[in-house]
Design a protein around this ligand. Structure first.
Ligand SMILES: Cc1cc2nc3c(=O)[nH]c(=O)nc-3n(C[C@H](O)[C@H](O)[C@H](O)COP(=O)(O)O)c2cc1C
Length: 245
């Protein structure tokens, strides 16, 4: 099988790291790969803040609700939606940016951030590193904004932890491919049976790896998606993001 496909199909998040530093050249190549990622209308509305400072990583681990792998691994890359940059471009051309005040603006920018994040992860794993994406920074986005010195019209969406893996973790099973790939039209009837089967698969997986606190997928969704968590609206508004249209 093609090496790139094999690497992508072998994805798993790692939460155990050695403290060994990542050589500058390796990190630069990863960042340059993400820098080449496509963006909506060539907006380049994403910026990365590379955090190597130990104290800052410890602070981010705390902001993210106590995630020790952020402090343990040598590099954390914060993925920032950056409409500060595009706003300056609009001003250069004599206009005033309003895009950050629309749902379309937010969807486009967050899509671009996701692509950058996926590229960082693929490039990192191709360089022999482990990764774990981090959305936990949105527990306290204001603290991230203060720590990273982010200007108006920017928002810390996610981050990625990179480092050499300590203890390898197994690959987590996914819901069946039939629940993911739909040919020509969406097939809603495929979903419920896939969920029921996956609930059993995931529970068997937790048992196999000795995790007594592991939930079925449905219970996990109920825990996270039946409440409003991470109340980011007021901080996002303060930064300039609203949904007027
Ligand atoms: C946008 C995003 C945010 C995430 N945030 C966190 C996080 O804050 N902490 C964490 O340990 N894992 C986080 N994850 C990792 C997911 O829990 C993980 O991808 C999922 O359980 C599937 O496991 P796998 O990546 O090992 O296949 C995040 C994943 C994504 C895509």
């Amino acid at each position: 099988m093609n090496e790139t496909i094999r690497l992508l199909q072998a994805h798993h998040s790692s939460r155990s790291y050695k403290t060994d530093p990542i050589p500058d050249g390796v990190l630069e190549a990863i960042i340059e790969a993400a820098h080449r990622a496509p963006t909506s209308t060539n907006s380049q509305e994403v910026s990365l803040v590379v955090v190597r400072n130990e104290k800052s990583r410890a602070r981010i681990a705390e902001i993210a609700g106590g995630q020790p792998w952020i402090a343990q691994a040598p590099v954390f890359i914060a993925v920032i939606v950056d409409l500060y940059k595009t706003g300056l471009g609009v001003e250069n051309a004599g206009g005033k940016q309003v895009f950050q005040r629309s749902l379309e603006g937010i969807v486009a920018a967050v899509s671009d951030a996701g692509i950058a994040m996926a590229t960082i992860m693929a490039a990192s794993r191709a360089s022999g590193l482990g990764v774990v994406p981090i959305g936990g920074i949105r527990r306290d986005p204001q603290a991230m904004i203060d720590l990273l010195g982010l200007p108006p019209n920017t928002f810390p969406v996610d981050g990625v932890v990179l480092g050499y893996v300590g203890e390898e973790s197994p690959q987590k099973p996914r819901m069946s491919i039939q629940s993911f790939r739909h040919d020509e039209k969406y097939h809603p009837e495929a979903i419920k049976p896939a969920i029921d089967a996956y609930d059993r698969t995931l529970q068997a997986y937790w048992q196999r790896i000795g995790r007594t606190d592991g939930l079925s997928w449905s219970a996990n969704m109920a825990q996270h998606y039946s409440t409003f968590s991470r109340l980011i609206k007021s901080v996002a508004q303060k930064q300039g993001f609203t949904i007027e249209v």
